[in-house]
Design a protein around this ligand. Sequence first.
Ligand SMILES: NC(=O)c1ccc[n+]([C@@H]2O[C@H](COP(=O)([O-])OP(=O)(O)OC[C@H]3O[C@@H](n4cnc5c(N)ncnc54)[C@H](OP(=O)(O)O)[C@@H]3O)[C@@H](O)[C@H]2O)c1
Length: 270
Amino acid sequence: MTNLRDIRLACIGAGNMAEALVKGLLRAGLSPAQVTVTDVRHERLDYFRSAYGVQAAPDNRAAAKAADVILLAVKPQQMNDVLAELAGATERALFVSIAAGIPTARIERALGAPARVVRVMPNTPALVGAGISALCGGAHAAAADLALAEVLLQAVGQTVRVDEALMDAVTAVSGSGPAYIFRVMEAMEAAAVQHGLPQETARSLVLATVAGAGQLAQSSRRAPSELREQVTSKGGTTEAALKVLNERDIAGAFSDAIAAAVRRARELAG
Ligand SMILES: NC(=O)c1ccc[n+]([C@@H]2O[C@H](COP(=O)([O-])OP(=O)(O)OC[C@H]3O[C@@H](n4cnc5c(N)ncnc54)[C@H](OP(=O)(O)O)[C@@H]3O)[C@@H](O)[C@H]2O)c1
């Protein structure tokens, strides 16, 4: 069953990622009648009802019972409570968890075997259909379960499959990654303003530069290092700037930052 039109989806937790996914799925052809979202916040339920026309209710267990696919979209710290509530609620549904750091084995144990679980790490560009999600299956997930999860996530961007052992690294790179790029954008914008550019112009220049560089790198067969070399002429301005970034060990900073995110993902796994 990999046709979107056949599934009933329950989304447990109606936060930011849930919204990105629901929005993308509706855009991809899922009907609002196929989707139920739950949340402890009534204002989020009202919002989903009015913005997307989906069903919205506070009862996680009732939503799970009626669903073919249950998207676990609460914060990792809230997962224990949600899983305890859902244990034994359904034997037929596929569970798709997007929670950072939580292993499929822990979800299976909490739900009671043999729950079919697919773990996914999406990222926030899913909000504009430009996400990338890594997927892996738990002990009882069949090939068709992974294929169905893939179809769901492709509504909001690209997908890749990885071994579960690599999920914390994925979390640190693409899950948290958009924030690293936003940090770089902030720094470039501040520097542009220091050199006299009006704030608005600085922002436009940075936004278009980051988006354009991303698009160029994506559409090119060349590695980022080659693209960098192409625009770095000997004795030129780019070389002068890159020399400073390298002296400040930008590669080391990213290496340490990603290592810290991997460690944190492992801590969240508990
Ligand atoms: N945001 C990202 O960039 C990103 C990227 C990849 C993966 N993820 C994963 O996606 C998941 C959701 O993240 P998010 O940023 O969308 O979080 P979020 O905006 O906080 O959404 C979670 C929602 O679930 C609600 N909730 C809490 N306990 C609940 C319960 N027992 N039953 C039903 N709903 C409950 C929360 O309410 P309260 O606010 O009152 O607690 C909140 O409205 C996380 O596990 C995260 O690791 C996020």
